[in-house]
Ligand binder design. Sequence first.
Ligand code: NAP
Length: 283
Amino acid sequence: MTARILDGKALAAEVRAEVAQRVAALRARGLQPALAVILVGDNPASQTYVRHKGSDCESVGMRFVLDRFAADLPQAALLARIAQLNADPSIHGILVQLPLPKHIDPNLVIAAISPSKDADGFHVQSAGALMVGLPGFRPCTPYGCMRLLQAAGIAPRGRHAVVVGRSNIVGKPMALMLLQADATVTVCHSATPDLATFTRQADILVAAVGRRRTITADMVKPGAVVIDVGMNQDEAGRLCGDTDFAAVREVAGWITPVPGGVGPMTRAMLLVNTVEAAERSAR
Ligand code: NAP
């Protein structure tokens, strides 16, 4: 059996079209949703991500405000800029591109963003809301994974979901969202002995590790749904995920490709969070 593809690129285009309609409705009322992004330093990957965020905003009619600072920006100056953006009613979403230079504490920076403008969903208030099942901004990557499942008609209810990775931005919120959707959830990490014992039990397997070929075909239950969050480089320098795609595809029931799976969905869900923030500000 060859797995069916969970096409994140196509679904992201649908999500952007929905967001564009919501933006148009707000603009008709005189409110243009705006996302402010702060980039500190000149990390090449961060520059690419920020450029994508700008073009995504433009494509749906949102305003994009980019603040670029040198890598030696004092932490206090960054916090002061966030306070200004918090107080600016024309800004609806605020995001500080990670990673930050070593002298800046990312937790302090995330905590400084107003929870009502937390487009990334990384604030502890957003994390707490997810934890107790209240509405709030969800981290874009796991939010996009849930949307991919929903669009394919894959209900987590009653299934065993295994999440490999426990970061605050992917693994943990992914596990909580699957739990919220009534899956039975196992979380694996670098101290998990014999990873394959767990992954082979997964009806839904999410790989969020950051190491290519972490998930090989023998680690996947036949027919499982495999969501590959990883973004790595293969031997030829091409983008690849955490799974051995060609081989896993012959075992799984569904699989996300890399590129074209989770990545485009992450970008699209940032737009969803931003338009949501703008709508809430208008209520
Ligand atoms: P991270 O903070 O480095 O977390 C990686 C997780 O993997 C950690 O929890 C770590 O365990 C676990 N891990 C490491 N080696 C392992 C092993 N051998 N077996 C089992 N677990 C292992 O990374 P992240 O931010 O969550 O991102 C994960 C990957 O997703 C990266 O490739 C990243 O680039 C990618 N990503 C993609 C998107 C997208 O839009 N597609 C978005 C975000 C991230 P410990 O906690 O024990 O260290």
